[in-house]
Design a protein around this ligand. Structure first.
Ligand SMILES: Cc1ncc(COP(=O)(O)O)c(C=O)c1O
Length: 433
């Protein structure tokens, strides 16, 4: 393994330990991170990098945001966990905050993204039986090719990625897969009266930042409404300002909200159910949530669903503060503005270098597609090698699906920092020739 450091020892030791004792379910870029602040992370050798992954869009508010650190410290000495056997003094306020901000009646708190997706699936099925009258055991959920909703058995049951699914059967039935960004395919699938929900990412992040047609989400919402089917937006990666809107499903819905904070979205096409995680807690602690109307959420009654840590006071305090930071620091607007700038700079590279194929994205969730080549000496030249060059030049990003590099910095990044990052990327692309 190629190890990049000025003094190998601490980096190599950490990698060797992790490789020896840890399960090999990831293939990390060889860099050992030790500290983070805002848009920057430092490795164990003290080298500083721009973070252009943001822990898969969990650290939208920047690493170790001082307001989040303060809240965490205060709550840690007061109370961290009660379970839901009792009420706690924070959860109600948190539920009100999140429901008011996103414009939903009720919130169900969980921890990881996958748990929240599972929650939405259970909710949709129960709603299908109790409210829509689907016959017992027949409920179906439509999902899209190329989806990524997490790693549980039920979630990988609906995956079309062989790596996610291979070897893990038998799978959970009850899913129908249709092509992404294909309204006729959705309309056809919706003809089945046993369909209770359509679960979709407004932009397919893990697949490589696939942005659908502008009118796809609003049209899909309308098609679901016409068939009494729940539209479930998985906004785990795209939500909380990442794409230049509070939710990515706010794009092109005609609400004209000037600030991108969409607490007054009545009357515009909006998801019936929204799933949030990742940046909901600004990278401090796993916090996820499912938002829905009374009619949908009330299918859950005591004993039908839960989680020991879900709704704990620590997570609730952090989520409230994380959302307040998004508003106070106008991260939605920053993502929107700097996203345009970033794509314009990347387009210059696409125009100049034939092996930089294209740039796509919204806000500060972007991807650049790299053509894989073989150098004259036979060495591979793939997105992975480019990421190693980026690392050497002080910027961390990760390839996905072999030829795609996702660029998703913390949303607190300034224009000056972003332009410096564009220069680092341009330099690395040049060295990649
Ligand atoms: C769209 C989407 N859904 C669900 C998940 C799963 O979230 P978690 O890793 O917290 O379980 C992810 C994680 O990358 C995601 O991007």
């Amino acid at each position: 393994m190629a190890i990049h450091t000025t003094s190998r020892t601490r980096t190599q030791q950490a990698i060797e330990l992790e490789e020896h004792y840890g399960a090999h379910n990831y293939h990390p870029l060889p860099v050992v991170l030790d500290r983070g602040q805002g848009v920057f992370v430092w490795d164990v050798e003290g080298k500083r990098y721009y973070d252009f992954l943001s822990a898969y869009s969990a650290v939208n508010q920047g690493h170790c945001h001082p307001r989040l650190v303060k809240v965490m410290q205060e709550q840690a000495t007061r109370m961290t966990l009660t379970s839901r056997a009792f009420y706690n003094s924070v959860l109600g306020e948190y539920a009100r905050t999140v429901c008011t901000l996103f414009g939903y009646d009720r919130m169900l708190p969980m921890n990881t993204g996958a748990e929240a997706v599972e929650t939405a699936i259970k909710m949709a099925r129960k709603w299908g039986y109790e409210q829509k009258g689907i016959a017992k055991g027949q409920a179906k959920i439509i999902v899209c090719e190329g989806n990524f909703h997490g790693r549980t058995i039920t979630i990988v049951s609906m995956s079309t990625d062989p790596d996610s699914q291979g070897g893990f059967g038998p799978f959970t039935p009850g899913f129908e897969v249709i092509p992404y960004d294909d309204i006729p395919a959705l309309e056809k699938a919706l003809e089945d009266p046993n369909v209770c929900a359509f679960l979709v990412e407004p932009i397919q992040g893990e697949k490589g930042v696939y942005v659908p047609a502008d009118d796809y989400i609003p049209r899909a919402i309308a098609a679901c409404k016409a068939r009494n089917v729940l539209f479930i937006a998985d906004e785990i990666q795209t939500g909380i300002a990442r794409t230049g809107r509070l939710l990515a499903s706010c794009h092109n819905n005609g609400c004209g909200c000037p600030t991108g904070m969409c607490d007054q979205r009545q009357g515009v096409p909006r998801p019936d159910v929204v799933i949030l995680a990742k940046a909901l807690s600004g990278g401090m602690y796993p916090v996820s949530a499912v938002l829905a109307s009374d009619a949908v959420m009330n299918v859950f009654t005591p004993g039908t669903h839960g989680s020991t840590y879900g709704g704990n006071p620590m997570g609730a305090q952090l989520a409230m503060e994380a959302l307040a930071i998004v508003q106070d620091e106008r991260l939605t607007e920053n993502a929107e503005r700097l996203g345009h700038l970033f794509r314009a700079e990347m387009q210059k590279l696409v125009d100049e270098f034939p092996y930089v194929k294209l740039v796509r994205g919204k806000g500060l969730l972007n991807a650049v597609v790299i053509e894989s080549r073989t150098a004259a000496d036979g060495a591979p030249k793939t997105a992975w090698e480019l990421c190693l060059l980026l690392r050497d030049n002080g910027l961390l990003a990760k390839p996905t699906h072999g030829d795609i590099i996702r660029f998703a910095p913390p949303l607190v990044i300034t224009e000056e920092q972003l332009m410096e990052c564009c220069r680092i990327i341009a330099l690395s692309v040049r060295q990649f020739a």
